[in-house]
Design a protein around this ligand. Structure first.
Ligand SMILES: NC(=O)c1ccc[n+]([C@@H]2O[C@H](COP(=O)([O-])OP(=O)(O)OC[C@H]3O[C@@H](n4cnc5c(N)ncnc54)[C@H](O)[C@@H]3O)[C@@H](O)[C@H]2O)c1
Length: 367
């Protein structure tokens, strides 16, 4: 199979979807790997490293899109990539369809097979390909929140851990999954006073067992959310309902309850955000302020720490890339049913129930 890796083109996206070791394994197995020149530079991987591992370097992305049977990417295809997608081509990447009807329709019209990292559920139900990026984004959310709480960045001028005699920051984490638990762990390490809200009592029980003393678990409902918003210096949005738009837990009118200069880091922005005022931002211009509340809503947070993120991502995606290349998607999906859950759009039809429901489109099972 011909596997293609175009350079990521989303603003300030420094990740790449394949490591040199992956190129070596694919070529050893008899596949051809096309890599766009400069694709690995943002992650500290030189063209020569890929070449040594057996890749063919291409000068421009259109050549890769034209030749590759399987295109492996990191972020969803950007508008100027849409005309390059070819019917029957497999594209394996993060799509986050629920956040964009325009993208969804462009992918349906292109008749590619969209294999979405974020909906690939392993046999135990875990979203394996979302996990490492959620770990990165969760840890980063506190790093970024701490920065924007500083006064020169328009924040309240709060040090997360406080100092002896001065109380630490109050941090509210909405959703105690992978992002939320990583955020809570780092925030607790800084000495902040951390509150994690979730609707899953099982999850709250687990977090209560493993988290340090300065992390409190709270059942998530409208009253507890409103109570937390009034007390929080930093709110981290970390909820997820698989394949669906994030529930809007913080309404626009709720901002009036929050302190001036408090910060919201809505990590769930890639699924539409769990805060009504969330709008996707970029690493170039990561924040905006509404009603005195700083909003940080970068949709590709891990992109900023490209090297860490590239290695973390490729560690989990590569076995699927190799499997699809070796067996073809149909056989690979039959042997590994998790792959079926990742096929969100196929041959002009939505094949994932949650994506179909989000846009009121018919769902045709992938087989
Ligand atoms: N912005 C970025 O760069 C970036 C990076 C990685 C992940 N993400 C996004 O972060 C979000 C969270 O991902 P995750 O891996 O932690 O998901 P997860 O499934 O591990 O956790 C989500 C949690 O939200 C909880 N939840 C659902 N409804 C809730 C509610 N009403 N109140 C409180 N909790 C609720 C669930 O019970 C679950 O524990 C996703 O939207 C994901 O796409 C964004």
């Amino acid at each position: 199979m011909i596997v293609g890796v175009p350079r990521e083109v989303k603003e300030h996206e420094y990740r790449v979807s394949l490591l040199p070791v992956g190129v070596e394994e694919l070529t050893r197995a008899g596949h051809q790997v096309l890599i766009e020149r400069g694709a690995g530079v943002g992650s500290g991987i030189a063209d020569a490293d890929y070449e040594r591992s057996g890749a063919n370097l291409c000068d421009a992305a259109p050549e890769i899109w034209a030749r590759a049977e399987l295109v492996v990417k990191v972020k969803e295809p950007q508008p100027h990539e849409w005309p390059l997608m070819r019917p029957g081509q497999h594209v394996f990447t993060y799509f986050h369809f629920a956040a964009s009807e325009t993208l969804t329709r462009a992918v349906i019209d292109s008749k590619i097979t969209a294999i979405a990292y974020e909906t690939l559920a392993a046999q135990d139900g875990q979203l394996r390909l979302l996990t490492p990026m959620s770990e990165v984004a969760g840890r980063m959310s506190i790093q970024e929140g701490a920065k924007y709480l500083e006064r020169p960045q328009e924040g309240r001028g709060i040090l997360l851990g406080g100092v002896p005699g001065v109380e630490p920051a109050h941090i509210t984490v909405l959703g105690g999954g992978v992002v939320g638990s990583n955020a809570a762990k780092v925030a607790a390490g800084f000495g902040a006073s951390v509150f994690v809200l979730d609707t899953s009592l099982e999850r709250l029980r687990y977090l209560d067992d493993v988290m340090p003393q300065n992390v409190t678990t709270v059942f998530s409902d409208r009253h507890t959310i409103v109570d937390q918003l009034a007390r929080a210096d930093l709110v981290v949005g970390a909820v997820l309902i698989r394949g669906a738009r994030a529930p809007r837990l913080v309404k626009r009118s709720d901002l009036a309850l929050m302190k001036q200069g408090s910060v919201i880091v809505d990590v769930a922005v890639d699924q539409g955000g769990c805060v009504e005022t969330t709008l996707p931002t970029t690493h170039g211009e990561p924040t905006f302020i509404i009603d005195g509340v700083v909003h940080y809503c970068v949709a590709n947070m891990p992109g900023a720490v490209g090297r860490t993120s590239t290695y973390a991502l490729c560690n989990v995606t590569f076995p699927y890339v190799l499997h699809i290349a070796e067996r073809g998607l149909q056989h690979a999906a039959a042997e590994n049913p998790g792959l079926v859950s990742a096929v969100d759009v196929h041959a002009g039809h939505v094949t994932h129930p949650a994506v179909a429901e989000t846009f009121g489109l018919p769902c045709v099972a992938f087989s």
